[in-house]
Each structure stands twice: as structure tokens, then as C-alpha cells.
Design a protein around this ligand. Structure first.
Ligand SMILES: [Zn+2]
Length: 200
């Protein structure tokens, strides 16, 4: 049985969670000026981490799905991720880069106003991890499609995992075939469906 393509994304999230916890631990004083300045440091560092780790991830996933030696342009994982970070995502309804800035701003407001700033901090960490997790899943999905395109694949089949992660919403798409340029957007966030190549 082929491994679930999102396993690598899960590893990245596990790692980023550790790094994020450390970053958020650096908030030691809750006065307004300090919180605002620290918030920029935290969210900028987190953003850089997402960029780096996602580039590594998409390189690896792309490599897993690419079969032909050549054809297509040289795949540039850094540029691929850079484009995704600033692209509007029709499923999440935001641009990841902008959403990180919105999360930063809410974090600062929340911590400054709160009677229990530690709770605000851990909530903010979870929220940032949530959008990051969505981002790395999307990056995984997109790099599979890119690998197929570069291999000259014309059609893909939608796959809904038959396990505890199965998306009920997606069950009806399972096994459906789409032209590679007309793959529909995922129907909901946290969707972990993927596509496989249709061989002629
Ligand atoms: Zn799904």
C-alpha cells in the first residue's frame, strides 16, 4: 500500500510545533511596547521557518511523485513555496502571508488586553500552528500536481483515504477522474484527499 502523501507534512508540523513553542516562550513581559515588538519577532521567525521547511517538504514530495528524468522546467522548491505563500487560497479564503500578519496583530492585542496573557499566548500558538498545518497540506497537494504536470500526466484520479482521516464531504469524489488543468479546489479545509496519476 502506498504511503499517505501527507505523512511528511505531519512530520513538518510536529517539528514546527516545537519551534513555535520556543518562540512563544520568549514573551516574558506583557507591557504594550514589548509585546508589539516581540510579536513581530515571533511571527517573522515563524514565517521564515514555514518558508524553509515547506521548501524542503515540497522538494521531497515532488521527488516522490515525479517519475520521468526530464521534461518540464527544473523544479525550484523555494520559488514554488514563495508563490504559494502569497497566493489567494480559495479554500481557506485568505493569502497565507496576510493571515500570518492578521494573527500577529490579534496576538498582540489579545496579550496586551488580557488578564491571563499566558492563555492568550498558548491560544495564539495553536492558531498559528493551525494555519501552518493547512499550508503544508496545501503545499503537499500542489507539489504532487506539479510533479504530474512535469511528467506530462493529462488526467488524475481523486483519492479519499479510507481511514480515520477520511473526509465525508469528499467521499462522492473518490475515484473521479479530472483533467489535470481542471482539478477542482478542495471542498473544505483540513481536507486530506489527494490525486493519483491516471495511466494510459
Ligand atoms: Zn477530502
Amino acid at each position: 500500500m502506498k504511503k499517505n502523501p501527507y505523512n511528511k507534512a505531519d512530520k513538518v508540523i510536529e517539528y514546527l510545533n516545537k519551534r513555535y513553542l520556543k518562540l512563544f516562550d520568549s514573551v516574558t513581559s506583557f507591557d504594550e511596547l514589548n509585546v508589539i515588538s516581540v510579536s513581530h519577532e515571533i511571527y517573522e521567525s515563524a514565517y521564515e521557518l514555514v518558508k524553509q521547511e515547506s521548501a524542503r517538504l515540497v522538494k521531497s514530495v515532488y521527488g516522490d511523485y515525479r517519475e520521468m528524468e526530464n521534461g518540464g522546467e527544473e523544479f525550484d522548491p523555494t520559488a514554488f513555496v514563495a508563490a504559494l505563500l502569497i497566493a489567494y487560497n480559495p479554500v481557506t479564503k485568505y493569502v497565507f502571508q496576510n493571515e500570518v500578519e492578521r494573527k500577529r496583530s490579534r496576538f498582540a492585542e489579545g496579550v496586551i488586553a488580557s488578564e491571563t496573557p499566558r492563555e492568550e499566548i498558548s491560544l495564539a500558538e495553536r492558531l498559528l500552528l493551525g494555519i501552518t498545518s493547512q499550508f503544508v497540506d496545501d503545499a503537499t497537494f500542489e507539489s504532487i500536481i506539479q510533479a504530474f504536470k512535469d511528467d506530462g500526466v493529462t488526467h488524475v484520479r481523486w483519492v479519499t483515504e479510507e481511514d480515520d482521516r477520511r473526509c465525508k464531504e469528499c467521499k462522492s469524489r473518490h475515484g473521479k477522474i479530472y483533467p489535470i488543468d481542471k482539478i477542482p479546489s478542495k471542498p473544505h479545509i483540513h481536507c486530506r484527499c489527494y490525486v493519483e496519476r491516471v495511466r494510459k
